[in-house]
Design a protein around this ligand. Sequence first.
Ligand SMILES: [Zn+2]
Length: 206
Amino acid sequence: MSREFHASAAHPGGLPHGLVDVSVTCPDVFVDLAYCRPDNVFGRALYRCNRALLLGATAAKLSAAAVDARAHGYALLVLDAYRPLGIQRLMWDLLPDDDFVAPPSRGSLHNRGAAVDVTLATPDGTALQMPSDYDEFSPRASHRYTDAPPELCGRRARLLAIMEGAGFASYHAEWWHYTDREHTDRALLDVDPCEATHESRKVHRS
Ligand SMILES: [Zn+2]
């Protein structure tokens, strides 16, 4: 038996490299990947399918965060999760500025399945307004930005408390970006989320 098989057996919906499908392991979490649509900062759709993958341990933290969010009357909505290295290269080609995009030589925790971009939503999955849009590279995206309606700043702080409470680290410049710092030494992965499959998925689907 391979290590991958063990990882899959431990996490329903397990996929190669310890990745899992968020909609299988975190059924209370909504997924609406922004890079599936052309109206993102890159001006074109980069993903072929709306399928969010994370490392199993990171997905477990997201599930814990979703429980806390629900206790406060919210749901979590995932906007980006695991990002294939090939897509990171494409992003760098389109926007070669490391203020905005991690160079593919260094990679990002997104490329390791250990970062998630997330916002608060209503219990039926409708995204709630925050002090800035997702991927808005402006001062409004910062946790330190206070010149927004108190309701929106309060929502951003609630998301921060929920995610940090579940073991994620925040990034000061992007209110949506949360990382699971236990996996910084993991390899950069280039798995196609639309193609990734494993025998255990068939077992758990039946
Ligand atoms: Zn991110």
